[in-house]
Design a protein around this ligand. Structure first.
Ligand SMILES: Cc1cc2nc3c(=O)[nH]c(=O)nc-3n(C[C@H](O)[C@H](O)[C@H](O)COP(=O)(O)O)c2cc1C
Length: 341
């Protein structure tokens, strides 16, 4: 039996009593899922939700514009389709942050229990919380008490490749009041070197009654259909592929056919929005990070990436990109994301 990916992705889903129109969502991406990038994705459409880059819970009370914490958005951004991700280790601080997020009319709040960057884990945040399930559960419960907006938890398998531990965590999160889970089935120290164990997504999905978004290594439409079909998960969160092809949501959900000029148009739009939002210096820094994934679309993308990293102004980056695209470079159907870890 064939699986109709488009029809599945267009099915609405209810999360914490609120409905979303589709099941393909943008995963949280630190320094990349910023308000400018979200605007680029928005202009193509086709997503169910956009997760923000992660925000340090204690910085959230400083308000919109505190760029270091990622808690930032354009004045015209519709936050009703954005889920704000926070990280922290103190249940009360996380609860306070969630209240502020709810007050700004975000769709929901997401708790980061998956980041394994050393500086985050050293503070007892992110994936470190998977070693202290009671504290993780206390955070979910505190955020639940603090706000009624949809509450998401994003987590990994844990620190050992043991699906039983992930299932136990998923049950705890549901019991403490989570409305949906995003599950990335990799162990915490693994920074995407080994393939994710999608079968663990099936185990987590079977253990809870709330929606589960599968995540990890979906780099083509076939992968997405296979993840949905084999795990029974309710939706899929795209990370790196969304950076390489911000129009992927529109392509898979609405049948959008990218025109020949898409690579230039999309990157130039992002550069303009980044410059408008952050000014040229920070814009360029953010664009370099983005370019690591974007250039993976091309056979000789690494050479383009090297050149883009040397660009000193957004205009110079645009010229480098235009010169490269004028050579009609060969594109890769399944971008090689593992060039950058
Ligand atoms: C550059 C980058 C930044 C990320 N930042 C976050 C983050 O802020 N919060 C989070 O929960 N996960 C973060 N992740 C993990 C992704 O959300 C996702 O789980 C991971 O990339 C696997 O999905 P993919 O194979 O679709 O990329 C990040 C990943 C990348 C590559």
């Amino acid at each position: 039996m064939t699986f109709d990916l488009q029809a599945f992705l267009r099915r609405p889903l209810t999360i914490g009593g609120r409905s979303i129109s589709g099941r393909l969502v943008l995963a949280p991406l630190s320094k990349l899922g910023n308000t400018a990038f979200r605007q680029v994705v928005r202009e193509y459409g086709g997503y169910g939700l956009l997760f923000s880059e992660m925000c340090w819970a204690r910085s959230v009370p400083c308000g919109n514009g505190h760029d270091l914490g990622g808690f930032m958005w354009r004045r015209d951004e519709n936050l009703g389709e954005v889920v704000c991700q926070i990280f922290g280790s103190d249940p009360e601080a996380m609860g306070r942050a969630a209240q502020i997020i709810a007050g700004e009319d975000f769709f929901g709040v997401d708790l980061n229990f998956g980041c394994c960057v050393a500086a985050v884990c050293r503070k007892g945040c992110g994936a470190a919380l998977l070693k202290t399930p009671r504290r993780a559960e206390a955070i979910v419960a505190a955020v639940r008490r603090a706000t009624a907006i949809p509450l998401f938890v994003k987590f990994r398998t844990g620190w050992q490749d043991d699906p039983a531990a992930a299932v136990e965590l998923a049950r705890r999160f549901e019991g403490a009041g989570a409305d949906a889970l995003t599950f990335h089935p990799r162990v915490a120290p693994d920074r995407r070197t080994r393939p994710p164990r999608w079968e663990h997504i099936g185990a987590v999905k079977a253990a809870v009654g709330i929606p589960v978004f599968g995540n990890g290594e979906v780099l083509a439409a076939d992968d997405c259909a296979r993840m949905l079909r084999t795990t029974g998960c309710d939706g899929v969160a795209l990370g790196r592929l969304a950076l390489a092809q911000p129009w992927v949501f529109a392509a898979w959900t609405n049948g959008y056919q990218p025109p020949p000029g898409i690579y230039r148009e999309c990157a130039e739009r992002l550069l303009d929005l980044l410059a408008e939002t952050y000014g040229p210096t920070v814009a360029l820094r953010r664009f370099h990070r983005f370019a690591a994934y974007y250039t993976a679309n091309f056979t000789f993308g690494h050479a383009l990436y090297g050149r883009l990293c040397k660009a000193e102004t957004p205009e110079a980056a645009k010229r480098i990109l235009a010169d490269f695209l004028d050579t009609a470079p060969q594109t890769i159907a399944r971008p090689n994301m593992n060039r950058f870890r």
